[in-house]
Design a protein around this ligand. Structure first.
Ligand SMILES: Nc1ncnc2c1ncn2[C@@H]1O[C@H](COP(=O)(O)OP(=O)(O)OP(=O)(O)O)[C@@H](O)[C@H]1O
Ligand SMILES: [Mg+2]
Length: 467
């Protein structure tokens, strides 16, 4: 099983720096929280179970990197991660329902991670098995003649040159084909294999709400387990057959009980749950007991036991949430963190405020992150063998315009860069490869940016719709 990477706080911040510009305070705190879990695992005394995670409350306007930080943190740590919107639970028909589903999602992610790691472990062995199976289909081995002691015929010990050479020939042919298989020379050849068909049994007749999701999924699994597995003969190319056989052989080599156990352990000790839009469930105190406020507080009360630590039933077993790291986030324009119920406030001891992004930040976000938008578009054009370059002034101008539109129309943070970039490059995206052919070069200049965007920026009504 791939170990959780033991990065130091500084290393964690360095990793996050590759994707997120600025927001040093937030990066530092998530790095500490992550490292603290590694530290906790090393505590050998009874104190270990008393050390609770440093749950974090991130406060910041939309599009400044809250979700991005949490998501990257999870991938840096190779930790199971899930994201929920707190406001979802206040929606009509959702009130008070199934806050626990976030834990189930987390375990599901965890299962995927563990499975992936295990797949990696048995990959080679599975590939060997698949090769054997394919070879047997292509050139079936001839039975070794058996000379058993009980068959007291005159044949005993007799050498049959025909049979021997036949077998030898078969062996040699098999070896030749094995080479061909290895070298990928037979990928297009058709073979017939038995494909297992998963029998999907619907449990649709049980009304919604009668049992919870966990039991429902369990029932579904149980029913499909009870149905006999049907197999079907299919003619496929070796390439296709290999994919299917690979899956079957891999799952034969993996012990699913072990996967479950490890996945639950991983989710409990390394899981990260990101609760977005918590500001939407904070109700301003002293507003009386209006309708929506009741449900908001209700959701907070539902969340509380999960954040405080409880056991949640999932289809893979009980999951204790005591050491799951919770990162909550919200803009808190209207409500304040102090509008949350005290118990919940206490469970998010670390508050970090994210900075609003400046025009300078925008320019850096366009240039620096590993997955920067400018690089993404370059890759898209490169797929058509067209090179796309931007002049420095052009990037500055895009940043300036995006910042300006945010100020004048609505501040949507770095998301504005997406709308601006797509509008800027729209015509090129349409013209490649019809009129802009492969091997052309496009250079985005400042004039071009002005040309395509400034008329829109000046016209407030237009930019409201288009950018
Ligand atoms: N500081 C930053 N550095 C690099 N990219 C950023 C930064 N902030 C935001 N982005 C980019 O902007 C987009 C939106 O960011 P994100 O989803 O993190 O916003 P958010 O803060 O969670 O907003 P919301 O409150 O609306 O959920 C993402 O594509 C992200 O890559
Ligand atoms: Mg977000």
């Amino acid at each position: 099983m791939k170990e959780i990477k033991q990065l130091t706080p500084r290393q964690i911040v360095q990793e996050l720096d590759k994707y997120i510009i600025g927001q040093e305070e937030a990066k530092r705190n998530v790095a500490i929280a992550l490292r603290n879990r590694i530290r906790r695992m090393m505590v050998k005394t009874d104190l270990q179970k008393d050390i609770v995670p440093n749950n974090i409350l991130m406060i910041g306007a939309t599009g400044v990197g809250k979700t991005e930080i949490a998501r990257r943190l999870a991938s840096v740590a190779n930790a199971p991660f899930t994201k929920v919107e707190a406001s979802k639970f206040t929606e009509v028909g959702y009130v008070g329902r199934d806050v626990e589903s976030m834990v189930r999602d987390l375990v599901e992610q965890s299962i995927n991670l563990v499975k992936e790691a295990k797949n990696e472990e048995v990959k080679e062995r599975a590939a060997e098995n698949v090769e054997d199976i394919l070879l047997d289909i292509l050139i079936p081995p001839v039975k070794t003649p058996t000379y058993s002691a009980t068959s007291s015929t005159a044949q005993q010990g007799e050498f049959d040159p025909d049979k021997a050479s036949e077998q030898e020939l078969n062996e040699r042919t098999r070896e030749r084909f094995r080479e061909k298989l290895k070298n990928g020379e037979l990928e297009e050849r058709k073979v017939e294999i038995n494909v297992k068909q998963s029998s999907n049994v619907g449990v649709g007749m049980i009304g919604n709400g009668m049992i919870d999701d966990a039991s429902m999924a369990g029932l579904q699994d149980m029913l499909s387990g009870m149905m006999p597995k049907k197999t079907k003969k299919r003619k496929l190319t070796i390439a296709e057959a290999r994919k299917i056989l690979m899956e079957e052989e891999t799952s034969k080599l993996i012990d699913f009980d072990e996967v479950k156990e490890e996945a639950i352990h991983l989710a409990e000790n390394n899981g990260i749950i990101f609760v977005d839009e918590v500001d939407k469930i904070a109700s301003k105190s002293g507003q009386g007991s209006g309708g929506p406020d009741v449900s908001r507080e209700g959701v907070q009360r539902d969340l509380l036991p999960i954040v405080e630590g409880s056991a949640v039933n999932t289809k893979y077993g009980l999951v204790h949430t005591d050491h799951v790291l919770f990162i909550a986030a919200g803009a808190f324009h209207v409500s304040k963190p102090s509008d949350l119920i005290p118990e919940l406030q206490g469970r998010f001891p670390i508050r970090v405020e994210l900075d609003n992004l400046t025009q300078k930040d925008f320019a850096r976000i366009l240039r620096e992150p590993k997955n920067a938008l400018t690089k993404q578009y370059q890759a898209l054009f490169k797929a058509e063998e067209v090179s796309l370059e931007y002049s420095d002034e052009a990037i500055e101008e895009i940043a300036r315009l995006a910042f300006k539109i945010n100020e004048e129309v609505e501040n949507i943070g770095a998301r504005r860069l997406h709308t601006v970039m797509s509008h800027l490059l729209n015509d090129f995206l349409f013209d490649v490869p019809d009129t802009i052919e492969a091997n052309s070069k496009i250079l985005i200049t400042k004039e071009m940016v002005e040309d395509r965007l400034s008329s829109l920026v000046k016209n407030r009504d237009l930019s409201q719709y288009i950018l």
